[in-house]
Design a protein around this ligand. Structure first.
Ligand SMILES: [Zn+2]
Length: 114
C-alpha cells in the first residue's frame, strides 16, 4: 500500500479505537515505514509496515524482519493526531505521550501534524 493511500485511512484508524490518540509513521534507515497506533498512555502499538521501494511484494525488508523496525533506526517520524473532540490533547499532554513513546532522545526527529 502506498503511503499516501495509507494516510487517507488514518481518520478511520483513529475512530475505530477509543484508546488511540494518534498514528505514528516511523521512517526507518532501510526505507521501510513502520506505522504504529499511539495510545493515550504512550504506547506504540505496531500496526503495519510499508515499504515504498518494494510495494506489495514484501512489505518488510530483512533488517526489519530481524529487529521489527527498531526505534534506534528511526531517522524521522511523523504523528497524525486524532482531532476528535473526546481525544483532544493539549501540547503538554502530547509531549508527555511522546516522551513515553519515544524517549527524550528521539523527540527531535519528529514532525507533528495537526
Ligand atoms: Zn526495513
Amino acid at each position: 500500500m502506498k503511503l499516501k493511500t495509507y494516510k487517507a485511512l488514518v481518520p478511520y484508524i483513529l475512530k475505530e479505537s477509543k484508546e488511540i490518540v494518534g498514528v505514528a509513521f516511523l521512517y526507518l534507515d532501510c526505507g521501510c515505514i513502520k506505522v504504529c497506533k499511539l495510545s493515550g498512555n504512550g504506547y506504540l502499538i505496531e500496526h503495519i509496515f510499508l515499504n515504498p521501494l518494494k510495494l506489495n511484494k514484501f512489505p518488510i525488508c530483512l533488517k526489519c524482519d530481524d529487529d521489527k523496525g527498531s526505534i534506534y533506526r528511526v531517522i524521522h517520524f511523523e504523528i497524525i493526531w486524532a482531532d476528535d473532540e473526546s481525544k483532544m490533547l493539549n501540547g503538554e499532554q502530547r509531549l508527555a505521550i511522546l516522551r513515553k513513546a519515544f524517549g527524550g532522545d528521539f523527540l527531535e526527529l519528529g514532525v507533528f501534524t495537526k
